[in-house]
Write a protein that binds this ligand. Sequence first.
Ligand code: SAM
Length: 427
Amino acid sequence: MSIRSAAKRQAALPLFAHSESVAPVRVNVGEDFRTALRCFTFSGAPTAEVEEGGLHYFVNEFWTSRQRQAHSIQEISYRACFKPQLPEFFIARRTDTGGRVYDPFSGRGTTAVQAALMGRKPIANDVNPLSAILVRPRLDPPPRAAIEARLAGLDLSRGRFTDEQNGLLAFYHPDTLRQICALRDYLLERAASRRMDGADEWIRMVAINRLTGHSAGFFSVYTLPPNQAVSIGSQQKINAARNQTPPLRDIAAIIRRKTRTLLTDGLPLPHPSALLMTGPADATPELGDGEVDLLVTSPPFLDVVDYEGDNWLRCWFAGIDVNAVRIDRHKGVPGWEAFVRRSFTEFARVMRPGGFVAFEVGEVRGGKVLLERHVAEAIQGLPFSVLGVMVNAQAFTKTANCWGVTNNKGGTNSNRIVMAERTGSVS
Ligand SMILES: C[S@@+](CC[C@H](N)C(=O)[O-])C[C@H]1O[C@@H](n2cnc3c(N)ncnc32)[C@H](O)[C@@H]1O
C-alpha cells in the first residue's frame, strides 16, 4: 500500500470513529514510541504503516480539530502555524509535568503556549523578534482588570500620522489610523524607556493581531486574513474592486473584545519560567547543553511562505526593521538541507540524550519534493536516530486536503512529522 492510499483509507473512515466519548490510547513517557503509534486508535481505526524511500511512515488521524477544541489562548493567527493539537500530542506522550519543551522556529508560539498550558517549561526561539512579542504575554497573562485599567487610561484620540504613513489610509479610516499611531507611539515609548509591563505587552500582542483582517473585529477595512498583510498598492486595488472605504473603528473596544475571547478558557497552568530567545536556530547560546527534553517545531519549508512580506505591517507596529530580520528562505533543496543540518547540529547540543524531536515539514512543490526525506539525508552522521515519519491523515475538505493532494495555495495542510531521538551523550 502506498502512503497516499493509506492516508485516503484513514481519512475515509466514518466520522463516528472520532467521537469524543472514545478515549484515545495514552502512551506513557518512556514507552517505545513506534509501538505507541502502532497501537494508536480513536476506536478501531488502526495506524497504517508504509515503508517508502528508506523511511517508515505511520499514517492515521492522530489528531483532529473535531476531536478537541484548542485552548482559546492559542487563537491568534500566524502564517503557516500548526494546530495546537500537534504539540499537545507529543508533550502529553513524551514529557512529564515540568519537562522542558523547545521550539526553535516558534512563530506564534503554538508549542510554547501548549507547553505552558500543560505545566511544562516553554523554551522558544525565532529569528523574528515579532515571535517573542506574540508569545510572552500568552504564557503568563496579566489579570484582565489590569488590561482594562490600562486601556481605560490611554487617550488614543490625539494620535498623529506622518506623511510617510499616509499610505496606511488604504487600510484604515483616518481616525482609526490616529488611534493606532497613538497606541504605537505609547508602546514604543514604554519599550524604549524600559517601562513596559505585562498589561502593555498583552495590549501590544492583541493589537498586532487585530491590525488587519476581514471583519469588523479588526482595525482595517476588509482585506486578506490577519496573518497576511498585503502591500498598500494591493489594498488599494482590493478597495477599488470592492468599492469600499475604510470604516471608523474603536480600537480599544476591539482589543477588549479579543482579550475576553482569548481568556475564555482560563489561564495556563503554573509552569517553570519560560526562556524566549530571538535569533537563528543554529546559534542559541542562551540555551545550555542537554537542556531540552522534547523539541516540537516546523521550520520554513523552502521558500513557500514570505514571512517578511506577510508580517510587514505587524513589524511596523512593533517597531521592528523587517529588513534586518534574517529569515531562512531557500529556493533549492541543497541550501535547505544545509540549513536543516546546521539547525540539527545545534539541536544535538541542546538536547539531552534520549530527548525526542518532532520536526514537521509541509507539502511543497505540489508534493514533488518530499522534505521529510531531505531531513533524513541532512541529519546523517549527527547523533539522532530517525524513528519514522508520522502522517496525520485528515478527511478531505475544501481547504484541508489529505496527504499528497495540494490545495494550490502555496501553503500546506498535511502534517508530516519526522520523529527522531537524540542518541549518545551530551557533546
Ligand atoms: C513554519 S513557521 C513556524 C510556525 C509555528 N510552528 C507556529 O505554530 O506558529 C517558521 C518560523 O521560522 C522562523 N524562521 C525562519 N528562519 C529562521 C531561522 N534561521 N532561525 C529561527 N527561526 C527562523 C520564521 O520567522 C517563522 O516564524
